[in-house]
Ligand binder design. Structure first.
Ligand SMILES: [Zn+2]
Length: 152
């Protein structure tokens, strides 16, 4: 049997035929003019690569890292909002890094509480906007000042 180097595409085609013929390696080896040993090796390689590719999920270690980063991220966001609020209270104009970072309303329009928590986003013309909730009376205030009671 003369030696010939097959392209990766041809090797893969041969492997597919082995899988399709339920392991009839001898038949496929003859058709492609390669040794059964080579065909066994390619098949094992393809299976190993496929198994690795199919292994799902980030794994427990990586998941723990992600959770920790998410917590740190949330803590930093809260810290930045506190800083922005303090800066504004001190009369310092702060440029928010983005729409998401706009500090909460200075005070609740209903009860006057100065604790307004970020409460997710809502869809609005021109993009999503921040929603806040008063920590005292739980009034929901939308970025720009309208409240849920306004009939939003
Ligand atoms: Zn309130």
């Amino acid at each position: 049997m003369p030696y010939r180097e097959l392209t990766p595409e041809t090797k893969l085609a041969a492997v597919r035929e082995v899988w399709g013929r339920g392991g009839r390696v001898a038949v496929v080896a003859r058709k492609y003019g390669v040794s059964r040993v080579s065909l066994y090796r390619w098949t094992a390689l393809a299976e190993g690569t496929m198994r690795e590719a199919l292994a799902e999920g980030p794994g427990p270690r990586r998941q723990a890292d992600l959770s920790r980063l998410e917590e740190e991220n949330a803590a930093l966001r809260r810290y930045l909002v506190r800083l922005a609020v303090q800066a504004r209270a001190a009369g310092v104009q702060v440029e928010p890094p983005g729409e998401e970072w706009e500090p909460p309303p200075a005070a609740c329009p209903r009860c006057g509480s100065r604790k307004m928590w970020r409460d997710g986003f809502y869809a609005a013309k021109g993009g999503r906007r921040q929603r806040y909730e008063c920590s005292s009376c739980h009034l929901v205030v939308y970025q720009g000042g309208s409240t849920r009671a306004d009939g939003w």
